[in-house]
Design a protein around this ligand. Structure first.
Ligand SMILES: *Cc1c(COP(=O)(O)O)cnc(C)c1O
Length: 370
């Protein structure tokens, strides 16, 4: 892409930001290599796809796409409220967690204000913080976990407006217990809001989910239809929190931003509990297949509470990056954590069984080639 001098009419903040797109779509990588990937295991998508009922609901809405979406997203909000046993006022629906994070940051972080996250955790959050001129401070992981104590200590030290934790964690797949997360919520300093990103919560063991308490203004929790529900391309998710926080989203959100196909699909997906539990069972079984493949190749799979397995390759980031590139050459799309020391790992999404067979075939060949 050509680089333009910044337009002089941009805000000083906008002019200071770079215009690069930080991700390369696997479709673009396929175009570059001149062949489709045989296994698409890089983006923590659900290769099984969404519930057939969700597909049917979206197909039915395709004919109705001439109609606007629903500015209050009310039917889905009500269904979510019933599902979680909380008041609809404690929920706001948005264009995936990514969209919700952008609005959250706009609502809570002014230029120059501090935000705390972990070094190597979810990059889209960081991107939104940069977009409002927030000052992002990063604390290291503790082993394979984000470190709640260090996050809280740093947040208190710098007077952070937001402190971010993903549980289960991307990119390591690790998970804290509900008690640990609850203890972190209790420790959030005055003036700070904890962002609890629960993108993978459906895959987590039972003891990882704190009870909802929407009377507590110290935390906002984010959920998505992109991972366990298999609807990443539909862009739909929701946040749960104190109504004084969730209602603030109405001040700034794109009121027609959630499209009607996504709304109808999410509602049908939410209602199909049997499909979700089938998926969770399958993914849990297949996680073990990935772990087995890793071990057979002398690598160390990390325990996972998500729909991906991070594999410690036992070397540095240069080695893991070369392995990711070699696997792509051999038709397998995977990604890896971006920063040391997490970048000793590659991150393999739990695809279909057929995709995992391809991974099992290509991994030893890729390793041998390095
Ligand atoms: C995938 C992912 C998201 C993105 O969620 P969307 O609803 O698709 O925007 C957010 N947070 C984490 C930790 C993720 O891994």
């Amino acid at each position: 892409m050509t680089h333009h001098a910044p337009d002089p009419r941009l805000t000083a903040l906008a002019a200071s930001l770079s215009s690069t797109v930080p991700f390369v779509a696997p479709e673009e990588m396929e175009a570059a290599r001149g062949a489709p990937f045989e296994a698409r295991l890089g983006a923590n998508e659900l290769s099984d796809g969404p519930s057939p009922k969700a597909i049917a609901a979206m197909q039915a809405q395709a004919r109705e796409v001439w109609k606007c979406g629903l500015p209050d997203n009310a039917p889905l909000t009500r269904a979510l409220a019933t599902h979680h046993g909380i008041a609809p006022e404690a929920i706001t629906v948005g264009e995936g967690i990514d969209g919700l994070l952008g609005n959250l940051v706009r609502l809570f972080v002014a230029e120059g204000e501090a935000v705390v996250t972990s070094d190597g955790s979810y990059p889209t959050f960081n991107y939104h913080v940069a977009g409002v001129g927030g000052v992002l401070l990063r604390v290291p992981y503790k082993g394979v976990h984000e470190d709640p104590k260090a996050l809280i200590t740093k947040a208190a030290e710098v007077g952070a407006k937001l402190v971010y934790l993903s549980n289960p964690n991307n990119p390591m797949g690790s998970c804290h217990s509900a008690e640990t997360v609850q203890r972190m919520i209790e420790a959030v300093p005055q003036g700070c809001l904890m962002v609890l990103d629960e993108a993978y919560i459906e895959f987590a063991p039972e003891g990882a989910v704190p009870a909802f308490d929407t009377s507590d203004p110290r935390v906002i929790r984010m959920r998505t239809f992109s991972k366990a529900y298999g609807m990443a391309g539909a862009r739909i998710g929701y946040a749960i929190g104190h109504p004084s926080i969730t209602s603030a989203f109405d001040k700034i959100r794109n009121h027609f931003g959630v499209n009607r196909l996504a709304l109808a699909g999410a509602q049908a997906a939410l209602a199909d509990r049997a499909y979700l539990s089938e998926i969770v069972t399958k993914i849990t079984e297949r996680r073990e297949i990935i772990a087995q493949i890793a071990r057979e190749n002398g690598l160390t799979p990390l325990p996972s509470a998500t729909n991906f397995v991070s594999i410690d390759c036992g070397h540095d980031g240069t080695f893991a990056r070369a392995l990711v590139a070699k696997l792509a050459d051999l038709g397998v799309f995977v990604r890896m954590p971006g920063v040391a020391p997490l970048d000793r790992c590659i991150r393999v999404s739990v695809g279909t069984k057929a995709e995992l067979e391809i991974f099992a075939d290509r991994l030893p060949r890729a390793l041998a080639a390095l």
